[in-house]
Write a protein that binds this ligand. Structure first.
Ligand code: ADP
Ligand code: NA
Length: 331
C-alpha cells in the first residue's frame, strides 16, 4: 500500500504483554495496517538474550502472537510471523556484526544499563549484539518505516548507519535505509506504583503493571492501589501529578474520551471515584480481549498454521535481500 513498508516486533519475554505495549504499540500497529504494508514479528531470537526456559519461551511466543491477533493484527492484510522461523535474520545479523564497530555497539545505552545490572559474566555477547540483530530484522524487508518508542531511537539510528554502510561498501541499493515513524498521539503509560517510570513487562515488581492476561480482579485491585498524591484535585499535570495524570491517560485512551472532558466530569470527586471507574473501563476492555486470546490459544495448530504462512511470506521477501547482500559481499 501507498504508505510504504513497516516492520515492528516485540519480544516474548513474559507471560503477558502489558497495557503500555497495547496502547503505545499494538493499537498503532493495527491502525497502520490500513495505510501501510505491515510486517509484525514475535522476536524470539531476541528473547534468548535473557536465557529463558525452552518450554516457557515456546509458550510465550504463541501467547505473544495470540495477543497481536486479539488486538486486531490481521494476517490477511499484514505479515505476522516468528523471527526464528526465518533463518535469514541470523544470517544477515552476522554480516552486519562484521560491519559494526566494537566501540559503536558498546555505546548503546540500553546495553550499558542492562550489562551494568548483570555484571560482565552475566552479560552475554548476544545482549551486546542485540541491536545488530534488530538492524537485520529491519533491513531484510526493505523496510521504509519503523514505529519506535523513545527507548529504541538509538538502536534505530544504528540500523540506519549500518544500512548506509552496506550501501557505501557494496553499492547503492544494497538495502533500503529505514526512517523512524513516531506517532505523537501515542500514549506513554507509566508504572502504577512508580508513575515516573514507564510501565514495563521487565519491571521488578508486578504491582505497578496492568497485564493484558491478568485476572481482571487483580487488575482492578492494582488500579485501586495506584500511587497518586496528597492533593485531592483530579487534574492532568504530568510534572506535578504523575500518578493521576497516568490514570487519566489510560482512561482517555481506553474510553475514547478526551482528558479535559474527564477532568470536568471528575471535578469535585475523589481519587477513589476515578480509580473505581477506571477499573471498570479497564476490565471492560480486558474481558473480551482475554476471550479472544483464549480462542486463539485453544487451537494451537490453527495458530501455528497462521504463523507458518506468515513465515513463508516473510521468507519470500527476505531471501532476495540476503542473496543480494551475500553476492555483493563476496560470499
Ligand atoms: P517492555 O518494556 O514491556 O518490555 P518493550 O520494550 O518490549 O516493552 O516494547 C514493546 C513495544 O511497546 C515498543 O513499541 C514500546 O515502545 C511499547 N511500549 C512499552 N512500554 C510502553 C509504555 N509504558 N507506554 C507506551 N508504550 C510502551
Ligand atoms: Na523491554
Amino acid at each position: 500500500t501507498a504508505g510504504g513498508r513497516i516492520f515492528s516486533g516485540m519480544q516474548p519475554t513474559s507471560d503477558s504483554l502489558q497495557l503500555g505495549n497495547y496502547l503505545g504499540a499494538l493499537t498503532q500497529w493495527v491502525a497502520l495496517q490500513d495505510t501501510h504494508d505491515a510486517i509484525y514479528c514475535v522476536v524470539d531470537l531476541h528473547a534468548l538474550t535473557v536465557g529463558p526456559d525452552p518450554k516457557v519461551l515456546r509458550e510465550r511466543t504463541r501467547r505473544t502472537a495470540a495477543q497481536y491477533l486479539a488486538a486486531g493484527v490481521d494476517p490477511a492484510r499484514s505479515i505476522l510471523f516468528v523471527q526464528s522461523h526465518v533463518p535469514e535474520h541470523a544470517e544477515l545479523a552476522w554480516i552486519l556484526s562484521c560491519l559494526t564497530g566494537f566501540g559503536e555497539a558498546g555505546r548503546m545505552t540500553q546495553f550499558k544499563d542492562k550489562s551494568a545490572k548483570q555484571g560482565s559474566d552475566g552479560t552475554t555477547v548476544g545482549l551486546f549484539t542485540y541491536p545488530v540483530l534488530m538492524a537485520a530484522d529491519i533491513l531484510l524487508y526493505d523496510t521504509a518505516l519503523v514505529p519506535v518508542g523513545e527507548d529504541q531511537r538509538q538502536h534505530l539510528e544504528l540500523s540506519r548507519d549500518l544500512a548506509q554502510r552496506l550501501n557505501s561498501r557494496f553499492g547503492p541499493g544494497t538495502v533500503v535505509v529505514p526512517e523512524p515513524y513516531i506517532v505523537s498521539a501515542t500514549a506513554k503509560i507509566y508504572d502504577l506504583q512508580d508513575p515516573t517510570s514507564k510501565m514495563s513487562k521487565s519491571a521488578e515488581s508486578p504491582n505497578g503493571l496492568i497485564e493484558l492476561l491478568d485476572d481482571p480482579k487483580v487488575v482492578a485491585k492494582r488500579i485501586r492501589s495506584a500511587v497518586t498524591d496528597a492533593e485531592r484535585e483530579i487534574r492532568y499535570d504530568p510534572a506535578a501529578k504523575p500518578g493521576v495524570s497516568n490514570l487519566l491517560t489510560i482512561f482517555a485512551a481506553l474510553s475514547g474520551r478526551s482528558i479535559p472532558s474527564l477532568e470536568s466530569d471528575y471535578a469535585g470527586k475523589g481519587y477513589g471515584d476515578l480509580k473505581k471507574d477506571l477499573a471498570d473501563v479497564v476490565v471492560d476492555f480486558l474481558t473480551p480481549f482475554q476471550e479472544r486470546v483464549r480462542h486463539y490459544m485453544s487451537d494451537p495448530s490453527a495458530l501455528d498454521d497462521v504463523l507458518a504462512a506468515g513465515a513463508q511470506r516473510a521468507r519470500e521477501l527476505a531471501t532476495p535481500t540476503l542473496e543480494r547482500v551475500y553476492d555483493r559481499s563476496g560470499l
